[in-house]
Ligand binder design. Sequence first.
Ligand code: ZN
Length: 151
Amino acid sequence: MASLGHVAIGLAVGRAHGKSRDSRSSWILMAFYSVLALLPDVDVIAFRLGVPYEAPFGHRGAVHSITAAACVGGVVGIVAALRRKPWLSYASLAAIVVASHGFLDAMTDGGLGIALFWPFTTHRYFFVDADTCGTHRSVDDLSLRPVHHAY
Ligand SMILES: [Zn+2]
């Protein structure tokens, strides 16, 4: 169900970007940004290719980084410019939406963390303390502060 948060970001950005457009264009933008918000999870194909989870191109690795988000934004900006659309707004919103995926994933305690700053470092980040959260999730986990349970 974590994907709902990603889609919500895409829908919100698409809605805001398509605010002054007709209903059909607005829905297309909402779908477009929702797909971009889910895009980083294409790296699950790494499992099929035998790439280890902890490898730079493993799940939640390079494809979840800010650098990858900037690259996607660049490609979207080029395509928008070729189609004579306001390329800067498309590029920046695409980069923000894709980058949001890694930040939202980092707010979970699943997996090995997110390689947000790849290629500068392969360190994987959590915004919650995964060691102390474990599987004992509570409302405290939503505070983004390390949670220390007295079990
Ligand atoms: Zn993800």
